[in-house]
Design a protein around this ligand. Structure first.
Ligand code: NAD
Length: 483
């Protein structure tokens, strides 16, 4: 990647340089690597106008034809996978192996979504009248705005763009200002296809300006947003102006329940996997661990042993040495400050720091040591607020009921998990945990064909599978009376 490249907007099939620019840095070494567009209201308006103008002819194409474009995009992604993975790793800080997986997931997501082209079915509804036919069909919403976070920036382009395009919408993507380069690279791939101009558009910029302009634009029919709860609230407020539909994938505070009959070694390995992936910066990451008291000491001992073997550092430097790390840095200094603040507060409130507990200042970059906290209780901020870092706070529980009660006592409700070999306990947890997803004896990570959706403040609507696809469509009912 060229040093300090400029990430342009992509509007109506052409690249346009924005007047304003934002700096983009590599979080592993704090070096400036690029400049992104910082789009004004006028630049947003131009992108929405292009998407609106392109939408009706795009929607008139048969879904199978639109699906062919999705397959072509998947092929272009695969052909550039090494470059894309390195780009993602450099601007976001994830390890190369995970960046490669992200690129592959994005390509596979376009292909998976293309498979739905022959299944965008409606319904025939029974009428109360003789010789009347009632049809419910699904139509595109129109122009979709996809506002993205930085943690899986490339995959999320696919998660927004593939269903929007398959269902006949056009889209404007706004990447996070921290990770705009991969989106610019994606726009270059789109430009190398013959996707009609205006169907896919990209505008870079800050949330409170560019993101807000998109959210309150009267010609945007759906805002599909992934990011923090605070931003979700701002977007809802902006969307309220035009009663624009919102689809919100927000933060989580995923509980893990470990019962005494579980395979403890296996549970430890899966909990660590679910926490250190992407340096703990995943919405469904294991955020708090409730362990039955009979096994809590054994669990914590093993947890310290596995967490202390986690290798972290600069992912690109390690890759060039032929070494693969378990995790990279946090994405920014703000993220590092937040994790440090929550761990320090837990320590002050009586948690025992058994491993880590501080940032690694031995070199440049936003590195936080793998951390294990014991003796946590539910009044601590570390048990209530999203940490988004490599920190595992552990609390003892007397039984499953207590674990479920603590798990549910949260303002968030995205993912949850339980480790047990007792079928009845697993089924009770799946029934009573008030979350969008529950993983039983496995790591926290969803599948394309599921439905990733949070309850309470974790969001509105969801993504993936059939139900995710239908979020991008509007129902329409036709009544036909034979005369
Ligand atoms: P963020 O909310 O800070 O930013 C996300 C995006 O919103 C960025 O593009 C930003 O520019 C934009 N934005 C900020 N303010 C805005 C405004 N007023 N109007 C419109 N857009 C605005 O989130 P982040 O730090 O990038 O991402 C981390 C968060 O995302 C975490 O809370 C994580 O849990 C959540 N997340 C959720 C899921 C999920 O599927 N539920 C997946 C990934 C990340």
């Amino acid at each position: 990647m060229a040093q300090s490249q400029v990430c342009k907007n992509y509007v109506n099939g052409g690249f346009i340089q924005s007047d304003e620019r934002l700096d983009v840095t590599n979080p592993a070494n704090e070096k400036l690597i690029a400049h992104s567009a910082d789009s004004s209201d006028d630049e947003v308006n131009a992108a929405v106008a292009a998407a609106k103008a392109a939408q009706s002819s795009w929607a008139r194409k048969a879904p199978v034809e639109r699906a062919q474009y999705l397959r072509e995009i998947a092929a272009r992604i695969r052909s550039a996978s090494a470059h894309l993975a390195r780009t993602i790793s450099t601007e976001q800080g994830k390890v190369i192996g995970l960046a490669e997986a992200e690129v592959e997931f994005a390509a596979a997501y376009f292909e998976y979504t293309a498979e739905w082209a022959r299944r965008l079915d409606g319904e025939i509804i029974t009428s109360d009248r003789p010789d009347e036919h009632i049809f419910l069909r699904y139509k595109p919403i129109g122009v979709v705005a996809g506002i993205l976070p930085w943690n899986f920036p490339f995959f999320l382009i696919a998660r927004k763009t593939a269903p929007a395009l398959l269902t006949g919408n056009t889209i404007i993507i706004k990447p996070s200002e921290l990770t705009p380069i991969n989106a610019f690279e994606f726009a270059k791939l789109i430009d190398s296809t013959d996707l009609p101009s205006g169907v896919f558009n990209l505008v870079g910029g800050r949330g409170q300006t560019t993101g807000d302009a998109l959210s309150k634009h009267p010609d945007v029919g759906l805002i599909t947003f992934t990011g923090s709860i605070a931003t979700g609230r701002s977007i809802m407020r902006a969307a309220a102006e035009n009663i624009t539909k919102v689809n919100l994938e927000l933060g989580g505070k995923a509980p893990v329940i470990i019962l005494a009959d579980a395979d403890i070694d296996f549970a430890v390995s899966k909990v660590v996997e679910s926490r250190i992936i992407n340096s703990g910066q995943v919405c469904n990451c294991a955020e708090r661990v409730y362990v039955e008291e009979r096994v809590v000491d054994a669990f914590v001992d093993k947890l310290i042993s596995v967490m202390s073997s986690v290798k972290y550092g600069d992912p690109i430097a390690a890759f060039e040495r032929g070494e693969e790390l378990d995790m990279g840095p946090l994405v920014s200094e703000d993220a590092l400050d937040k994790v440090s603040m929550l761990v320090d507060a837990a320590r002050t409130d009586g948690a025992s720091v058994l491993l880590g507990g501080d940032r690694d200042d031995s070199g440049p970059g936003y590195h936080y040591r793998p951390t294990v906290l014991a003796d946590c209780h539910d009044d601590m901020r570390i048990m209530r607020e999203e940490v988004f870092g490599p920190v595992l706070p552990v609390r003892r529980i007397s039984d499953l009921d207590e674990g479920i009660a603590f798990a549910n006592a949260s303002t968030m409700g995205l993912t949850s998990s339980i480790f047990t070999n007792n079928l009845n306990a697993a089924m009770k947890a799946s029934r009573e945990l008030l979350f969008g997803e529950t993983y039983i004896n496995r790591e926290h990570m969803e599948a394309f064909q599921g439905f990733h959706a949070g309850v309470r403040q974790s969001g509105i609507g969801g993504a993936d599978g059939k139900h995710g696809l239908y979020e991008f469509m509007q129902s329409h009912v036709t009544y036909i009376q034979e005369t």
